[in-house]
Write a protein that binds this ligand. Structure first.
Ligand code: GLC
Length: 424
């Protein structure tokens, strides 16, 4: 029996700081930086040919004339998203904020404004929580080198940072994070990306020192797990971040159910890539979202704005479709969590209080046979149309076991959601 209580009955609600996050369930990831100009994704500095200094010169051309963060925030809110995670600095080292520690930053471009501040303000105003992505690797800092750095990817060379360079690198990382967590108001979430196994083993970024600083500056913040290497976690993190995949069960770390979020691209790139038109459709995204929620997780859907500051057309069209789905589908994901019952064929369950939400990954061929709910259902309704469905108790029992309930569905389309309300 699902306990009747406010909010999600089956979520891990032990952590006070992660409570808002587990309720929100859906967020917007934004990958935006100088790489929007060459339009080949955010790894272009490492994976494509660049003459020395050529990439850095892109800063002289960064002037997104159509950048309207209010519009970004409204679009996200209409999609039912509860938070944003914005790339303050990616591996290319370019700061999308007014770093006090480098000139290689957005405030030194023709655009001249602190886009991180603008993004934070707009999303906050629209009622969303604000998260910062910050890359731990920095390909342009001499105090950092790994096998994914451009020097190695393109030239096969890997320099060994001197102790001074390493110290400078840490000062730079800590100084930037300190600035981000003091000059931009309340920051709800920090997404550090990423540490290789090698760098994790040597604790290159000084995990505990960094986290101590983060929590002392923003006591309510939540921080992801990428200061460690995958599940070989040396610490318990606020939440865990699988990438572009849906785990098959709730997420367990060190034997404890944990808060998690999968991040996923809309097409096949995080940063804007002009030639990548392979966008997912709305069903893929809403099914992925339902899949995450059904395992007590979140979905962080990425968009890569172009150099003019706009979301790509196909991203807008996808987000419009998601917004349309959310008009009725919202209650089936936001504030919901896993359900203990087994869903029928072709469906996925999420739950909140007395309601089970049945997400149709594929339309039913006719009647639906729901396991374990015989005698427990008080009403069944299709969210998109408001149509009530009939429980069939006198037909086809020879096929059913005593706990199965047959439901007559009508007009169900792929991606629809049916609310099953249980008796008190
Ligand atoms: C991967 C990509 C990186 C991206 C990140 C988002 O690590 O390499 O570019 O920012 O995923 O989670």
């Amino acid at each position: 029996m699902i306990a009747e209580e406010a909010g999600p009955a089956y979520c891990d609600m032990t952590g006070k700081r992660t409570d808002w996050f587990s309720r929100a369930r859906f967020g917007l990831f934004v990958h935006w930086g100088l790489y929007a100009l060459p339009a080949r994704g955010e790894w272009t500095l490492a994976s494509d040919e660049w003459n020395p200094g050529e990439y850095e010169k892109l800063a002289e051309r960064f002037n997104p004339e159509s950048f309207n963060p209010d519009l970004w925030a409204q679009t996200a809110a209409a999609c039912g998203m509860g938070y944003v995670v914005f790339t303050t600095k990616h591996h290319d080292g370019f700061c999308m904020f007014d770093s006090p520690l480098t000139d290689y930053k957005v405030t030194n471009t023709p655009f001249g404004k602190d886009v991180t501040a603008m993004v934070a303000e707009s999303f906050r105003k629209a009622g969303l929580k604000v998260g910062f992505y910050h890359s731990l690797p920095d390909w342009t800092h001499p105090g950092y080198a790994d096998r994914e750095s451009p020097e190695y990817m393109r030239g096969g060379v890997l320099h060994e940072p001197s102790p001074e360079q390493y110290r400078d690198f840490l000062d730079f990382l800590y100084g930037n994070v300190r600035h981000l967590l003091t000059a931009y108001g309340k920051i709800d979430l920090m997404f550090f990306d990423y540490t290789s196994k090698y760098k994790a083993d040597m604790d290159y970024f000084g995990r505990e020192r960094l986290l101590d600083m983060v929590y002392s500056l923003q006591p309510e913040i939540i921080v992801n797990d990428r200061l460690s290497f995958y599940k070989e976690n040396t610490l318990d993190f606020d939440y865990y971040t699988p990438e572009i995949c849906i785990p098959n069960a709730t997420f367990t770390v060190k034997g404890r159910e944990s808060v998690w979020e999968t991040c996923a691209t809309m097409n096949d790139h995080w940063g804007y890539c002009a030639s990548d038109s392979g966008y997912k459709d709305v069903h893929t995204v809403t099914a992925a979202l339902a899949g995450c929620v059904s395992r007590n997780g979140n979905l962080l859907l990425n968009v890569g704005p172009d150099a003019s500051g706009q979301f790509p057309e196909q991203a807008i069209s996808l987000m419009n479709d998601i917004g349309e789905w959310m008009k009725s589908g919202r209650e089936s994901v936001v504030g919901c969590g896993a359900c203990p019952y087994t869903p029928p064929f072709g469906c996925c369950y999420t739950a909140s209080g007395r309601n089970i939400f049945c997400h149709f990954l594929t339309p039913p061929v006719g009647d639906l046979i729901v396991p374990g709910l015989k005698g427990k259902i008080s009403a069944v309704e299709l969210l998109r149309t408001g149509e009530k469905f009939e429980l069939i108790d006198d037909w086809g029992f020879e096929l059913l076991d005593e706990h199965e309930q047959r439901i007559r569905t009508r007009g169900v389309k792929r991606g629809d959601v049916m609310r099953i309300t249980l008796k008190v």
